[in-house]
Design a protein around this ligand. Structure first.
Ligand code: UD1
Length: 419
């Protein structure tokens, strides 16, 4: 198992290109199950979760040819022979539950393991199942599996109880091949949903309204292959900007439209950073120590839960006290005891964290617990005096492409070591 060693205290400077968005790429690769023809995907990030998705698709019978070093993948789902996402896979990557929608829509049956709990919370899939049932799927739970079938899905109105990202994606992918029109209400508005709609449209789907509460889909008999480029990763971009700010540096991130990160940029500005929004880039200059500001995580366009941990690392070195409220996941403060090992002063009360900023943190050995928590520990380590080691970096490898290489190019003293 690898670990990352950081010698902190160096302000980050320079320019960095963001990779393709993991959370857009996962459902989009899975959408290839909807079509017989070849789908070519570009700007696919080289990540563990992507390898897991490709493995799942090839186990199902897809022809997969990947050149992840060059961020390109070709998938042909002409001969699907397995219609199952097994427990071992869903357990490591819950996003694989979105195979339900496409498998049901094209083949009429699917078997997917229930994900179970994970480090950041219970994360049930009830909204996915209710939505698919509205389209006519029959669903039963058996031995920890969801077994779903439908002769032919039929368009319907689906009103989500909560704008769940995964449920919106699953039902969208089912509705594109359902008979007739579907109206999806209270949809998630995340940019990754918009990217999925663009990809489905490139496959011939008839969709409108993505990025708003209501998505309308007119089902097609069949869809076709596509050539599609994944959007840039807004969370990766936000992570680099937070790292630049926390270390007192100045960094440009390229390959990202600024509008998809607006809630985070506004908080950086409120905290004193100078942010410049380019057409396809962002620049942040730190004027000195960040000021404490409060944040509350919300569905998009609110402050993303996937940036909460990184923002907390920033607040740990701010002047003043801030409150961070997590409303999306019930157990997403696992980075707190680890940040405390660097000397951060953080108290948790329910879903609120009170952070009293400190002028300095000091390096320590740390344990990563989940993907975004790992990123916050890296930011903590970059600010801390002395040496920090982050263990269990496989969490980081699930979602950040070549993070330490990119940080090193910005001047960080960071290296990966084999344990
Ligand atoms: C996606 C992202 C994840 C991000 C999250 C919220 C991917 C691969 N992952 O996860 O990085 O943190 O959006 O922006 O895109 N819920 C239910 N029942 C359901 C579905 C969800 O209770 O059927 C709850 C979840 O437990 C959670 C909340 O709703 O508390 C939000 O979940 P959801 O929006 O579905 O997130 P994911 O799609 O799992």
């Amino acid at each position: 198992m690898d670990k990352i060693k950081i010698t902190g205290g160096v302000p980050l400077h320079g320019s960095v290109q963001v990779s393709g968005a993991k959370n857009a790429a996962l459902p989009i690769l899975i959408a290839s199950l909807l079509v017989e023809g070849k789908c070519t995907f570009r700007r696919v990030p080289q990540l563990q979760d992507i390898r897991t998705t490709l493995k799942l698709l090839s186990q199902m019978g897809a022809e997969v040819s990947s050149d992840l070093e060059n961020n390109q993948v070709e998938i042909t789902c002409a001969q699907i022979t397995q219609f199952e996402a097994p427990y071992d896979l869903v357990r490591t990557m819950r996003a694989s539950v979105v195979v339900l929608g496409p498998l049901l829509a094209r083949f009429g049956h699917a078997k997917v393991s229930l994900p179970g709990g994970c480090a950041i919370g219970a994360r049930p899939i009830n909204y996915h199942l209710v939505g698919l049932e509205r389209l006519g799927a029959e669903i039963r739970l058996e031995d920890g599996y969801v077994i779903a079938s439908a002769k032919k899905l039929k368009g319907a109105t689906v009103a989500f109880e909560f704008p769940s990202v995964g449920a919106t994606e699953n039902v969208m992918m089912a509705a594109v091949l359902a008979e007739g029109e579907s109206v999806l209400e209270n949809c998630a508005k995340e940019p990754e949903i918009v990217d999925l709609a663009r990809a489905l449209r490139a496959m011939g789907a008839d969709i409108e309204g993505e990025g708003t509460e209501q998505i309308r889909i007119r089902g097609k008999r069949s869809l076709h292959g596509c050539d599609f480029e994944i959007m840039g990763d807004r969370i990766e971009a936000g992570t680099f900007l937070a790292a630049a700010f926390a270390t007192g540096g100045e960094v440009e991130v390229r390959g990202i439209g600024p509008e998809c990160l607006e809630a985070v940029l506004l908080k950086f500005e409120e905290s004193g950073a100078k942010v410049t929004r380019g057409q396809n880039s962002l620049h942040l200059a730190s004027p000195g120590t960040p000021k404490a500001v409060d944040i509350t995580t919300q569905p998009y366009p609110g402050f993303p839960t996937d940036m909460q941990a990184q923002f907390m690392a920033l607040m740990a070195v701010s002047t003043g006290a801030s409150i961070i409220t997590e409303t999306i996941f019930e157990n997403r403060f696992m980075h707190v005891p680890e940040l405390a090992r660097l000397g951060a002063d953080i108290t948790i009360r329910g879903n609120n964290a009170l952070i009293r900023g400190k002028p300095r943190l000091t390096g320590a050995p740390l344990m990563a617990t989940d993907l975004r928590a790992s990123a916050s520990l890296v930011i903590g380590g970059l600010c801390a005096e002395g040496e920090t080691t982050v263990h269990r970096v496989y969490h980081l490898d699930r979602g950040y492409e070549k993070m330490e290489t990119k940080l090193r190019a910005l001047g960080a003293r960071i290296e990966r070591l084999s344990e």
